[in-house]
Write a protein that binds this ligand. Structure first.
Ligand code: FE2
Length: 129
């Protein structure tokens, strides 16, 4: 089941980061599918780990590029990335620990954060490139 569909409006115009963002969409869909098809707790933990790890490595790649080109919005981007990572890790830990996690809240958070971040903040560095 495909839920989050990639569209050209998400392109920032830097091939490497557009590929990263597309992969984040794939992982988001994979996570959504796993939750909605009743995958095991272990499988869900693994998928969440994959999503969070990939997001963190993507953020790092973006920040390295921003530093290299002296992007003026670097600090704001770093702050947004840290905020996302902290929240996603909090969800991930609660899930792994077997605490009651509102799955729809998690998915909604992941989706809205990523979409908004790509369409607003990332679009700005795309325009700067
Ligand atoms: Fe990004």
């Amino acid at each position: 089941m495909l839920t989050f569909k990639w569209d050209d409006c998400f392109k920032v115009g830097i091939g490497e980061f557009d590929d990263h963002h597309k992969h984040l969409f794939d992982l988001l869909n994979k996570t959504f599918d796993a939750f909605t098809t009743g995958a095991s707790h272990d499988a869900l933990s693994e998928i969440l780990r994959e999503l969070v790890d990939y997001a963190v490595s993507h953020f790092y790649a973006e920040e390295c590029w921003m530093e290299a080109v002296n992007y003026p919005g670097l600090l704001e981007q770093k702050a947004e990335h840290r905020k996302f990572t902290a929240k996603a890790c909090e969800f991930q830990k609660a899930f792994i620990d077997g605490k009651e996690v509102a799955v729809l809240d998690v998915l909604q958070f992941l989706e809205s954060w990523l979409m908004n971040h790509i369409l607003k903040s990332d679009a700005e560095y795309g325009a700067y490139a």
